[in-house]
Design a protein around this ligand. Sequence first.
Ligand SMILES: CC(=O)/C=C/C=C(C)/C=C/C1=C(C)CCCC1(C)C
Ligand SMILES: CC(/C=C/C=O)=C\C=C\C=O
Ligand code: FE2
Length: 557
Amino acid sequence: MTSSFPFSPTRNYGLPSCMVSNHHASDGFSFGQGQPSFPKNKKSRELNIVSVATDLPMVVQSPLWKEVAQEQKLAAWTSIRQEQWEGELCVNGEIPQWLNGTYLRNGPGLWHIGDYNFRHLFDGYATLVGLHFQNGHLMMGHRQIESDAYKAARKSNKLCYREFSEVPKHDNFLAYIGDLANLFSGASLTDNANTGVVQLGDGRVVCLTETIKGSIVIDPSNLDTLGKFEYSDSLGGLVHSAHPIVTQSEFLTLLPDLLNPGYLVARMEPGTNERKVIGRVDCRGGPSPGWVHSFPVTEHYVIVPEMPLRYCAQNLLRAEPTPLYKFEWHPESKAFMHVMCKASGKLVASVEVPLFVTFHFINAYEETDEDGRVIGVVADCCEHNADTTILDNLRLQNLRSWSGEDVLPDARVGRFKIPFDGSSNGELVDALNPDEHGRGMDMCSINPAYLGKKYRYAYACGAQRPCNFPNTLTKIDLEKKKAKNWYDEGAVPSEPFFVARPGATKEDDGVVISMISDKNGEGYALILDASTFEEIARAKFPYGLPYGLHGCWVPKC
Ligand SMILES: CC(=O)/C=C/C=C(C)/C=C/C1=C(C)CCCC1(C)C
Ligand SMILES: CC(/C=C/C=O)=C\C=C\C=O
Ligand SMILES: [Fe+2]
């Protein structure tokens, strides 16, 4: 399938969506009263979620979509309404002329097959959204990632692979046994790459999730699925950290070893598909490795977190989800932070730390004494006060049925201090008073030039209470221990993503991009000045988009 996204200088594009009237929209694209209309001549493909034909009718509105819309207006928790769309958006305000490139955002945007509804936010089939900025103009496009899991579901109209919480139903006992065997080989695990997207040092753009097979290469110019990212090494394993550390010169990943509890730290050079092991960390607690959704690095070290929320073999085998899904909370197994030298693979520190729960590390850096010797590392994360309930809070039913109570569990910027003096314990403290950001904290980004280095600013989603989900964009000043919050009543913003101004010397010289689901069921791209944290531009989408998780910036070459 070809696509005209993003701008092509040789093509003509229709008017930006704000300049197209409902009259134009009646040539095939109309969603009735109160619904946004599409601009003419834009590519769109209605997502027929009842049948699975490839050539889908254009304007059939799914009964499921209506049902969900009545319950909750937010598009954030509603399946994407069609497979793809692209077009120019009308910009209110001014996009800086220097902002040239594409912001890609990945996330689970389709939460049903036929009339079967998925349960958890993380189950949805991956929806990629691209915002292409050029000379103050903005094009938007979205497409479904053509994973095997997604294609099989469309073809057979049923769940075919194990997702985060969903397990395919078995017709008989033999099929169940076969599925268990396939679980061990990984064949029944999903490749639904719905968590993040990264650009490797060699330019390839890869969508990722927690399963290794769910690494999928896409074309950032048209959001086409190009194929699997096949690792050419023989490291094996089924799962990895959904957030590798990716720079121009390397790709660092953690591979939990579920059989012999520990983690492999591996590195891949740009231009290759081969991960090479830097070293291994044995778990100090048991019975299995802690969940590693992400991990931090400093300039010279890789930090391996061992969280007491651990993978659970029994829960992996279950057909029905438990409140902690494939994981289990083991406070008795304690929590640890291990620090490995990137160059030698040797462990330089391994300390017990207070119990913690985190999905996302923000950044880490080395602390030195007056002679420049490294005396320890500091690692910051979005920490859920050692409370696992956040995982179950992300069930779609909870997200969709909010009736005004303050049900978002408290979170903070947790700061680990890991000494290199042989101490057996490290500290975990609040990096700032969590009331600064409403005691909500997740979905963070930093200026990538400060990765692994002492830094001052982080951008994340905080909370304005009452709420059931992080609902502010928050700029955190870790030096002044202050936060500045952006809020649109009733809206859900996605991860604030920092893009530096070319040539910038100040850490917060750039913009922050987020996509917002607003209380009317619509949505818009928002651009904030990262320094003042004030809005500089927004651009309305043709319709609200589902919540997205993580993104990356692909600069214009
Ligand atoms: C979207 C997100 O943040 C996390 C997604 C996690 C997924 C898809 C996890 C999948 C898994 C399986 C399908 C079986 C093995 C365990 C586990 C990695 C949790
Ligand atoms: C959206 C989320 C947590 C919100 C909590 O306040 C976590 C997403 C994790 C996966 O990327
Ligand atoms: Fe994540």
